[in-house]
Design a protein around this ligand. Structure first.
Ligand code: ASP
Ligand code: MG
Length: 411
């Protein structure tokens, strides 16, 4: 017998027929003797609709009330799921965040879970009741409803799995796992059977939008095995059909590179002719950090005459206007020439095997060179090499790299 937390995303509970399909899967897990808690998202499209309602009344709505509105989507599916389970002869009960309670901080619209009180859920599981918990929501110590940021049901699921010391957290979604890259670009992309938390974090934050990044961070910290699987296939979680995100030691077949990720929403900024003296980088990046602008890749060029240099860095495109404003308000950069580009894309190769294998970057550079793709910026971490290139070559680059590392080959 295992203890399982199973989460169904929006497309997996999109209508009552899909909710019944999900309930069938839970019924099969229960029949195998497992203890199951279910987390549900709102029906697909519902959260967006609720947000639009808020904005229709006021562009500057109070986020506390926004939370009250958007948290309602999950309440509907939690109740419907409990009804669908009961119809299958399973004892089931729905719960909202405040009832458990799931205590969060007060950062409305993107709150963080601080504590989950487990007695209620524990009792439920021990008595063979299926607890159906509304995802995405919490409650502050002041008793206000909060939500955990878009995609936050993933985090509810992982947090509950950690609190209940579950054997596994199954995330049912509309894809059947994590792939070596986007199969729409590389049809030969392979489903990864097991991937480490660290690799998943790199892939998730690079745009593999399957799991909320926070949920992966939490799974990593709390050591919760998370399976990504499709609710549209016949298999259930206990068949292990999906991709298991787990600790490095539990991964048998190690690849040097496990995936090729990419991001198209980057902007490149170059500040020309900044003084080449101590403290300049701090003066440049300090105010950006204070403005909560996340700088990713950075290069400082050498200065031919040791007096002035150029700084190039990347930020999310959505922050570009704000970043320019911040820089222009600094005395030091007020008169600097600043060049920007948004026709760029970042491509990264990710793999824990890089720690112990040389030559990963070399393979990357050679594969790009062979296609005549110019590299504008390079950055590396222990398990990742990223390059910034012209956006028009993105797909060509992803295909070339996928082939260069032989990622299409089955284990
Ligand atoms: N319903 C919320 C959203 O659409 C939370 C979730 O689905 O994870 O972001
Ligand atoms: Mg999601």
């Amino acid at each position: 017998m295992a203890r399982i937390v199973a989460k169904f995303g929006g497309t997996s509970v999109a209508d009552t027929a899909r909710i019944e399909k999900a309930a069938d899967k839970i019924a099969r897990e229960v029949a195998l003797g497992h203890e199951v808690a279910v987390i549900v998202s709102a029906m697909s499209g519902v959260t967006n609709q609720l947000i639009e309602y808020c904005a229709a009344i006021s562009e500057t709505y109070d986020v506390r009330e926004y939370d009250t509105v958007v948290a309602s989507g999950e309440q509907v599916t939690a109740g419907l799921m409990a009804i669908a389970l009961q119809k299958r002869g399973i004892s089931a009960r729905s719960w909202l965040g405040w009832q458990v309670p799931i205590i969060s901080d007060e950062v409305h619209s993107k709150a963080r879970i601080q504590d989950i009180k487990t007695p209620l859920m524990e009792d439920s599981l021990k008595n063979k009741h299926v607890a159906v918990l509304a995802g995405f929501q919490g409650v502050t110590t002041e008793k206000r409803i909060t939500t955990l940021g878009r995609g936050g049901s993933d985090t509810t699921a992982v947090a509950l799995a950690a609190a209940l010391k579950a054997d596994r957290c199954d995330i049912y979604t509309d894809v059947d796992g994590i792939y070596t890259t986007d199969p729409r670009i590389v049809p030969e992309a392979r489903k990864i059977t097991r991937i480490s938390y660290e690799e998943m974090l790199e892939l998730a934050s690079l745009g593999a939008k399957v799991l909320q990044v926070r949920s992966v961070e939490m799974a990593y910290k709390q050591n919760v095995p998370v399976q990504v699987l499709s609710s549209f296939d016949d298999a259930i979680g206990s068949d292990l059909p999906g991709t298991l995100v787990t600790k490095e030691e539990d991964i048998m077949e190690q690849y040097v590179v496990n995936g090729v990720a990419f991001a198209k929403d980057e902007a490149k900024v170059t500040v020309l002719g900044v003084p080449d003296v101590p403290g300049v980088a701090a003066k440049l990046f300090g105010p950006l950090a204070d403005a909560a602008i996340n700088v990713d890749m950075i290069v400082q060029n050498i200065s031919p005459d040791s007096t002035k240099t150029d700084m190039t860095f990347t930020i999310p495109q959505t922050d570009l206007a704000h970043a320019l404003e911040v820089l222009k308000s600094q005395e030091l950069f007020k008169n600097s020439e600043i060049r920007t580009a948004t026709d760029v894309a970042k491509v990264s190769v990710v793999g824990i095997g890089m720690r112990s294998h040389a030559g990963v970057a070399k393979t990357m550079f050679a594969a790009l060179a062979e296609k005549g793709i110019n590299i504008q910026v390079i950055s590396t971490s222990e398990i990742k090499v990223s390059v910034l290139i012209a956006k028009e070559y993105l797909e060509l680059a992803v295909r070339a790299l996928h082939a260069a590392y032989g990622l299409e080959k089955a284990a």
